[in-house]
Design a protein around this ligand. Structure first.
Ligand SMILES: C[S@@+](CC[C@H](N)C(=O)[O-])C[C@H]1O[C@@H](n2cnc3c(N)ncnc32)[C@H](O)[C@@H]1O
Length: 286
């Protein structure tokens, strides 16, 4: 598959990213990333795509002492921040600097979980379809795929608030990183097309945020649950802790980045575009 646009470059946002997020969305994106953390406590192998500065990765490493994580990101600065953020657990992280659209997972035992938080919105629907088809090679029926994303709910809030807000975010990130995508992809259609089934979903901020758990296993009854169960106090404590840690710990972590390929910010070509026979195109779960 040829990609019409190059890889965005998030390097210069690596240091600012968390503060930009905190001043715009407060604790909500953090809540979204961790909405299904409890479902990952027994995982041994997890693939995290586009985790940026690694706040989710570090939470998972701290919560699950046996997990080993493959972290894929196009930005070297983000991966350095991720390794730093992992602190004493960094030896359980293997980084891959690569455009996820071209990255090929090493064949072997399947991942127990795949996590993409506010990453699929950097891709088009077709690119997500292709990525999901590739990842079918490294999942088992027990693998879960956790997705956090922005979403535009139906109704006045969607058209008057969510849509203009998401457009403004795309314009800002487009200017800062060269991201060419300008509208939210239909990640649900793409994942279904590749044979994944939506199992659980939570929403926040009146539907602007969604956190979802997918798998290729049999579909569970869909418990669509609106939730406001966020713990701002914990989140603020974690933010303060990591701020202090960053002040104290300015030297890079000894764990090194393994680079899969030298990454230019030119459009990339996927080496293979496998297409697994997805069980069916699902429309029912949401
Ligand atoms: C919007 S940030 C999201 C960061 C983090 N996951 C979060 O929850 O805030 C997107 C991240 O994905 C990475 N990224 C964007 N497009 C990519 C691509 N095609 N391949 C690999 N990484 C990419 C960026 O470098 C950045 O770290």
């Amino acid at each position: 598959m040829n990609f019409s646009h190059g890889t965005p470059n998030f390097d210069r946002l690596a240091k600012l990213y968390r503060w930009m997020e905190w001043t715009s969305f407060g604790p909500w994106l953090g809540w979204c990333r961790c909405a299904y953390l409890d479902d990952l406590l027994a995982c041994r192998r997890v693939l995290v795509l586009g985790d940026g500065d690694g706040r989710f990765t570090s939470r998972l490493l701290a919560a699950n002492p046996i997990v080993r994580i493959d972290a894929v990101d196009a930005s070297a600065a983000m991966l350095r921040a991720l390794v730093r953020q992992a602190g004493p657990h960094a030896d359980r992280v293997r980084t891959h600097r690569a455009d996820a659209r071209c990255w090929q997972p090493a064949p072997g035992s399947p991942y127990d979980a795949i996590c993409t938080h506010f990453f699929l919105d950097c891709l088009t629907t077709r690119e997500i379809q292709s990525l999901a088809a590739t990842l079918r090679q490294v999942v088992s029926p027990a693998t879960v795929w956790i997705v956090s994303e922005f979403s535009i709910p139906d109704g006045r809030f969607g058209s008057l608030v969510a849509r203009p807000l998401v457009s403004a975010l795309y314009r800002a990130f487009g200017g800062l990183t060269g991201l060419a995508v300008r509208r939210l992809p239909d990640h649900r259609a793409a994942l279904r097309e590749a044979g994944f089934l939506l199992q659980k979903r939570r929403t926040g901020l009146a539907g602007l945020l969604t956190s979802e758990l997918w798998s290729t296993g049999p579909e569970a009854p869909f418990p669509s649950s609106k939730t406001s169960a966020i713990a701002p106090a914990n989140y603020v404590t974690n933010m303060l802790k990591s701020f202090l840690k960053e002040l104290v710990d300015s030297s890079p972590n000894p764990a090194s980045l393994s680079e899969d390929e030298s990454l230019s910010h030119a459009p990339c070509k996927r080496r293979t575009a496998p297409r697994q026979p997805g069980p069916r195109l699902q429309t029912g779960a949401d």
